[in-house]
Design a protein around this ligand. Sequence first.
Ligand code: DAT
Ligand code: MG
Length: 167
Amino acid sequence: MLGTILALFSIISVAMANKERTFIMVKPDGVQRGLVGKIIERFEQKGFKLVALKFTWASKELLEKHYADLSSRPFFPGLVNYMNSGPVVPMVWEGLNVVKTGRQMLGATNPADSLPGTIRGDFCIQVGRNIIHGSDAVESAEKEIALWFTEKELVSWTPAATNWVYE
Ligand code: DAT
Ligand code: MG
């Protein structure tokens, strides 16, 4: 009996861990340079699950909220202008440790330090044109997802390959 309960508990906790979500966004330079498909491909081929995606030209108000933590930094006005200079592709991806793994897939903030094989390492050169955003923690991911998407826009589905991605 206890064994069954413990087994059930471990199945449920694994299933919940696989439900971690992160907020990823292709920035205006990534869109203008035609890199949206390549960026989506990296997350798809890793095995993460797409939960939401849109194509939108974000307002300065929304971008100021998104980067509120950086509002006192000298580069903040330039950052908001750059992010508002064209359309972006905000997305939600789901999977085991997706926040941390997503950050590793993006590479270091400054592409000069991003390793080859990472998105920033492979596709960009300067920190002010680093093509992609990714949440840095589970709590910030939750805040960012709620800022960019409504609950209805988060699609509930089970990819056919789930049991081939997770043991
Ligand atoms: P990250 O995007 O890796 O989470 P961050 O949250 O510290 O990095 O900064 C947000 C964005 O602001 C970053 O992607 C690019 C820009 N930025 C950060 N540091 C900068 C700097 N020193 N000069 C210019 N832009 C900077
Ligand atoms: Mg950040």
